[in-house]
Design a protein around this ligand. Sequence first.
Ligand code: ADP
Ligand code: MG
Length: 483
Amino acid sequence: MNNTSFHDFIISEEIQKAISGLGYHNPTEVQASVIPRALEKNDLIVKAKTGSGKTGAYAIPICESVEWLENKPQALILTPTRELAVQVKEDFTNIGRFKRIKASAIYGRHPFSIEKAELKQKTHVVAGTPGRVMDHIRKGTLPLSKISWLIIDEADRMLDMGFIEQVREIIAELPKERLTMLFSATMPEEIEKISSDYMKNPVRIDISESDIMAAETEHSLYMTDEKDKFKLLTDVTVMENPDSCFIFCSTKDRVDMVCHCLADLDYPCNKIHGGLEQKQRLSAMNGFKRGEYRYLVATDIAARGIDVENVSLVINYDIPLEGEIYVHRTGRTGRAGQKGKAASFVTPTQVRYLHNIEELIGFKIPEAIKPSQEEVSLHKQPFDEKLKRTARIRKSKSDELNKEIMKLRFNGGKKKKLRAANFVGVLSNIEGMEAEDIGIITIQDTLTYVEILNGKGSMVLETMKSTKINGKQLKVIRASDKH
Ligand code: ADP
Ligand code: MG
């Protein structure tokens, strides 16, 4: 954090209010350098530590700059994983809450028809994975003519061999008059070189300097044989007794095995890897974010960008082969200035991989001594108590921001020829309601969802039970969050 205030930037009251509702009191260092430059419309290449607030660094100026009246998407954010696309969309929705910014996430294995219908409505910002974005472009369901911001998050991953062709294809379709910004905690030089093809005099912002790791994280490694790894895992978790813990493995099968063995010991755990159904992946991620599961066993699909509060421990059950992956995996802890620990299990044949990692992070990871059985048994009781305790479901930052928001569902939509203006007209005529109290309106064929802000939802709900819209009395109920 630093001495700059969000009020030092030219940001509207609506955005300021959302930021403070999220508990952002001051801009982080990367936000302080990026926001003014982005508002001045510079192309940027930004390198800043994991967990340093890079999403806000681009989402705040985008939300500020978006033309609300324009119906076509104005910003495209590319991310390497589906879960990250969803998280970025949620961040935009939160930051743009009071400006009523409409953000959509489009990603593989998500029903195409739902995305298509969403993109047909007003959409200011689209976050997506490259394959699905390209699908929409080919089918003509993602209009690009108004895109004036392209953000490539986790840019080094997006421009490496796995993704570069798809990203190139997407860029070729975008308007030339646009801003392009790259963000990552790791940015190898060759990646910066590729990016120069797509950017105009980019300004380089490097907050990480020599220190690319979150300073608040304590790193250690355990030398172990493969056969002793699982025992070591249970010992380390007993000793640390973390509130939330990521366990990274090298393959899907190993994730399955570790998760299965932990579940046998009654650990509140779930898993995420590319072999699972998309629904399972998202529900594992959400359950972990909410604190329902305290342990998430994962492959590298969860290594980048994912932001979970209170992850106090990251375990590399299998050491990653590349330094960059080490940085991103262990970057799931020590976020936003919090403390964290990262423990890596290394077998004798894997010592050679350590060299790459240590060269990139710039320090030697200290070797820890395996806990003795006496130590472990001393810690077992508090560990078991926490294991038995029912999960405390964590409120997310958006719950706090949303507590004054109620979503109403009306049983009438396009088929009854209803339009957003009809709802705005009637709702803003209710005594005590102002236009600013109306949030996002989503009109479907037979249903309409309207968000009522500033704690006025119950009052509006009661009033609308006996108030007509366009001459029709619609049934209205409080909608659940997901629809
Ligand atoms: P990065 O992309 O750099 O890894 P994120 O954008 O995911 O980091 O942000 C990390 C965490 O910090 C998130 O939980 C986010 O809500 C929080 N955060 C972002 N900006 C601020 C701020 N200005 N003040 C406090 N917390 C912040
Ligand atoms: Mg990020």
